[in-house]
Write a protein that binds this ligand. Sequence first.
Ligand code: NDP
Ligand code: 2IT
Length: 452
Amino acid sequence: MAINNQYLQSVYNGLAARNAHEPEFLQAVYEVFESLVPVVEKRPEIEKNGVMERIVEPERIVNFRVSWVDDAGKVQVNRGWRIQFNSAIGPYKGGLRLHPSVNQSIIKFLGFEQIFKNSLTGLPMGGGKGGSDFDPKGKSDNEIMRFCQSFMTELYRHIGPDTDVPAGDIGTGAREIGYMFGQYKRLRNEFTGVLTGKSLVSGGSLARTEATGYGVCYFMDEMLKAAGKSFEGKAVVISGSGNVAIYANQKATQLGAKVVAMSDSNGFIYDPAGIDFKVIKEIKEVKRARIKTYLDYVPTASYTEDKDGSKGIWGVKCDIALPCATQNELDGASAQKLVDNGVIAVAEGANMPSTPEAVETFHKNGVLFGPAKAANAGGVATSGLEMSQNSARLSWSFDQVDETLHGIMKNIYANAAAAAKEYGMEGNLVAGANIAGFTKVCDAMLWQGVAY
Ligand code: NDP
Ligand code: 2IT
């Protein structure tokens, strides 16, 4: 692999040598650097001011111990992180992931992506991310609470409504945000919008729960429209069955499509009649059960245990695919299966779900492709709207938030498409999103001088 620019290649080589043990982070940086070749060539001030050297080094990483006592009275120890990657355009903003696979590479790739995603929203938010290798699966409510309180007992000193505003991600939903918010308030004696994704009874925003999944579909709708197509009558496959996947199902169905398959890390369900959003919501949000229990509600559906590292779902024939589970869940072979089965469009609800080989396969075969930092930006955008409502101490109606979100997603599509065209890569939304997201952050860094 080579980046077709000496400056970018040499910054990347240095980074790869220093971070050889962080493959996901390097994967995310490589893709951005590849896209920025024409920008760096056109704007010599980028190299002159060391913008690329600076942008790949986080402003700050906090790594801490999280100890808590389980229900059996045993002491458990997890690792916690918060990465404050870039504050050029606003306070650090990004979610907290709770999953056993979390390590520094995962947190750094997510934080790096967040810089450009947040910039694309047009709202004043810098890039941050955090989390822990804590596994919420199988834990009691009290164990979740004790973990979240312990996590916040360290995190609280690093964050604040004008400094760094965390939110949810994998394994962190309204319940976890609630326990963390309660602990922050106790420690600081302040009721502020320090977290987003809050419950409506404590300053949360209507439509934040739905926002990422809806936003993915709004973005997909723009891609389809530009190609003279629509969701109407299309078969959709959505991987995952968490927050993003559930509301992507609801919106795709509202827009006239049929969601024929969804998954979790154990397997996938298939229902050609269209998977019922209300049933999935009940199973996941209320019962916190596995997706195979869908068959208890809809016996005509089928369940396939996944013996292929959660990749079996990509063998289901569809017109539209929305990967909404996790990074690198859709590899080159999976992309080829989708292409062979006639897929016309893919938009990423998860962060970096497609491997570089998968993205190349989609591009080569003329599949419309919406990259994560553009397609799933609706979640953080609506978090930005939650921050605005908290600052103003008022709350907007569901329709007001949803319409603003819709407008933001349309803008992101238009800006990414325009940037790709301006730099001679028309139709390549990976390049377009990276360029459009980078430009604002770069300009802010140049304007503020060398401070970091
Ligand atoms: P949830 O925890 O609500 O759901 C995650 C879903 O993905 C579950 O169905 C889970 O299955 C599945 N999953 C997670 N890890 C794996 C894995 N290693 N292999 C297979 N399946 C897996 O998370 P979200 O829906 O919030 O997040 C999903 C993705 O969307 C993530 O990439 C996240 O970063 C991204 N995202 C989330 C946003 C948000 O607002 N929540 C905003 C933008 C992006 P199981 O239950 O079996 O683990
Ligand atoms: O990846 C993401 O954009 C999120 N998990 C949402 C972050 C946020 O601050 O709402």
